[in-house]
Design a protein. Structure first.
Length: 450
């Protein structure tokens, strides 16, 4: 049995002067998406509470692509989703109040006299660190903001929740109060009767600040997902073949132009996306199974700004698949109290994942093979990237400020053990989860990590 805890920590932000206007400009399309969603959820003259639509999935299916188009694809895709969720939540509150006999009116997201507003940022549209955060905007690169902190952090909510690696950032709010910006950081932690953290090495009951990371690399060729613990999941080559077949059939039916062809085209569309959606579920299940098997506390992906374009005609589909897979992993991990995280993608494919080697070179990678030109370390290229993703997250963790023992343990889960950022390895025999894995890609060999 476990109990989830959540705390919100307001943190004042320092925004670069030349980027304030970019944050303000982002709210305009965000507000448009909110109001458009309300209009869709709230029919003309509803007669009863059930006339209001409060399904986020239905609203997103109906509006997402249209809202992306009407905002000229300038608004981050995840901000579009969060704006939809905000609006559906507001309509849902009205529906509940109506059922309770209260008077209601249709929500309207409008400008306030004090110019204040709020935007919801998940970890795909924002990157949260212990001392700074960056936010996706409509103009240019993400806006990086430093936290404004007091000199003495002792006893503050910031020290208790943000600096404690056992608490992780969740979807949070960027708030403008009319004068300055704030991050309302939502921190989450799960407490369990069987704690995820090992006891202190001195034999006392005090638990050490413990982090075990599983890195995950998503791909458009070969295996769809590779984990740092040696999990090779999905068959992206077969996926692309299946998609090409669907597109060819769709083209033939469109060219035929008959009524029967049109009916078949409509029926096939649902079959296609149901298959792709189930594929994303299967890959997500396998990643979660790896995380449980190695007893990870965090599962880390790259941000979706890196979409490999080796399939030039399908980057939008790959982005959808990667996003959907990450969404499924995130909510499936909640059952086990494992945190979902993202890191930037800089050089994860080109850098050597040996902790005693700093080589970063394009020549290191040749398709699915990685061989460091300096130290000679060789392994599957996607496994190397998965290790780098996990190590990058560990590098960004702060030194523990809240652990009573004064000790912190940070590990990357590997094929047959763990690796610390300092290069110390420990061998472990992971227990099998006895869960099925999607079909593995042919022609890609399983490689062993250091």
């Amino acid at each position: 049995m476990s109990v989830k805890a959540q705390r919100t920590v307001p943190i004042p932000l320092t925004v670069p002067d030349d980027r304030v206007a970019d944050l303000h400009a982002t709210y305009d399309p965000y507000q448009h998406c909110q109001n458009r969603t309300v209009e869709w959820c709230w029919p003309d003259q509803p007669k009863q509470p059930d006339d209001l639509t409060t399904s986020k999935g239905d609203a997103e299916d109906a509006l997402y692509h249209d809202l992306r188009e009407t905002t000229d694809y300038t608004l981050n895709a995840n901000l579009v989703q969060k704006a939809i969720k905000d609006a559906v939540g507001a309509v849902g509150s009205c529906k509940t109040s109506w059922k309770n006999g209260d008077r209601i009116s249709k929500p309207v997201f409008e400008d306030h006299d004090d110019a204040s507003y709020t935007m919801t940022y998940d970890k795909r549209a924002a990157t949260y660190h212990r001392y700074k955060a960056s936010f996706a905007v409509v103009n240019g690169a993400p806006v990086e903001c430093q936290y404004e902190l007091p000199e003495d952090l002792t006893g503050t909510p910031y020290e208790r929740y943000v600096l404690d690696a056992r608490w992780s950032f969740s979807t949070s709010k960027l708030v403008y109060d009319g004068e300055r910006f704030w991050l309302h950081a939502v921190m989450k932690r799960r407490y369990a009767e069987d704690p995820a953290y090992p006891p202190a090495s001195d034999g006392s009951d005090t638990q050490e600040d413990f982090t075990r990371v599983l890195g995950v690399d998503l791909n458009v060729n070969g295996y769809s997902a590779v984990t740092s613990a040696g999990g090779f999941h999905g068959n992206a080559d077969y996926l692309n073949h299946r998609r090409a077949e669907y597109e060819a059939l769709r083209g033939e039916l469109q060219q035929a132009g008959t009524r029967s062809a049109h009916r078949r085209l409509q029926s096939r569309q649902g079959v296609e996306w149901a298959w792709f959606d189930q594929y994303a579920h299967d890959v997500a299940n396998s990643i979660v199974a790896d995380a449980v098997r190695v007893r990870a506390t965090h599962v880390v992906f790259e941000t979706l700004t890196r979409i490999r374009t080796r399939i030039s005609n399908a980057p939008k589909f790959q982005q959808w698949l990667f996003r959907r897979t990450q969404e499924y992993v995130e909510y499936k991990l909640e059952e086990f109290g494992i945190s979902f995280e993202q890191v930037g993608s800089y050089h994860t494919s080109q850098a050597c994942s040996r902790t005693d080697c700093d080589c970063v070179d394009e020549a290191n990678r040749n398709d699915t093979h990685f061989e460091c030109v300096e130290c000679g370390y060789t392994l599957n290229a996607d496994l190397n990237a998965a290790k780098n993703i996990g190590l990058k997250f560990l590098d960004e963790l702060p030194t523990s400020h809240t652990c009573s023992s004064g000790k912190a343990t940070s590990q990357l889960a590997l094929v047959s053990g763990t690796l610390t950022p300092s290069g110390k390895t420990s061998r472990m025999d992971w227990e099998s989860t006895d869960k099925p894995h999607p079909q593995r890609a042919s022609g890609v060999r399983r490689a062993r990590a250091k």
